[in-house]
Design a protein around this ligand. Structure first.
Ligand SMILES: N[C@@H](CCC(=O)N[C@@H](CS)C(=O)NCC(=O)O)C(=O)O
Length: 207
């Protein structure tokens, strides 16, 4: 299998962490896509992912799967029991609900801030920017941190008692915050303690 990505960027990190969690690293060939020169907007890459984004998983039969959630679902079912995406209907429903919240309220909100209120990928690639929308999205991202902190005041992980892909998404979202020099407010003690615990997982260092 191949993974098209850009090491160090937040969404590719989500899939790299999932790969390490599942012990699949030796089965993956990573292919660097240079987002900074627009390599993800070529017709060849758009044929793999019309959304012009990484990561993309390519199976040996040529099937291409994009979107971190979908890729993680596939990887989670490749080897051993599913650990990241739930087993029962109830677990899966809660994980998908929280996954969407972690994406919309943290990862995507900060991504919008990056693209609209900072130089983003640079003049040549950021063809439309709306600073006001970017700043509003930053507020949404900070509110998202407060929400996640509230969730973690009642349970050890974002979807309940166990580490799941929701924790991966939120952890990568906070890494994006670091890159953007956005601090996690000191009052969010549950979020900070959770982050320290997640950071100690071997999959984080491996990614
Ligand atoms: N919802 C997508 C988001 C993917 C995404 O936005 N990836 C970024 C890298 S972190 C990207 O490729 N951006 C290219 C661009 O904005 O032109 C997923 O879950 O995979």
């Amino acid at each position: 299998m191949k993974v098209y990505d850009f090491k160090g960027f937040a969404n590719p990190a989500r899939v790299r962490i999932a790969i390490a969690e599942k012990g699949l690293t030796s089965r993956i060939e990573f292919i660097h896509v240079d987002l900074l020169t627009g390599a993800h907007r070529t017709p060849e890459f758009l044929a793999k992912n019309p959304s012009a984004a990484v990561p993309v998983l390519e199976l040996d039969d040529g099937t291409t799967i994009s979107e971190c959630t979908a890729i993680t679902e596939y990887l989670d079912h490749l080897q051993g029991e599913p650990t990241l995406t739930g087993r029962t209907g109830k677990e899966r429903a809660i994980i998908h609900m929280m996954q969407r919240r972690a994406e919309a309220e943290l990862m995507d909100a900060l991504g919008t801030y990056f693209h609209h209120a900072t130089p983003g990928l640079g003049d040549k690639l950021e063809l439309y920017q709306n600073r006001e929308w970017g700043e509003k999205s930053l507020k949404r991202g900070i509110a998202g941190m407060h929400y996640l902190n509230e969730v973690l005041s009642k349970q050890p992980y974002l979807a309940g008692d166990h580490f799941t892909m929701v924790d991966i998404t939120a952890f990568a979202g906070l890494s994006l915050a670091d890159f953007l020099k956005i601090d996690v407010p000191d009052t969010l003690t549950h979020l900070k303690a959770w982050r320290t615990r997640v950071a100690a997982r071997p999959s984080i260092a491996a990614a």
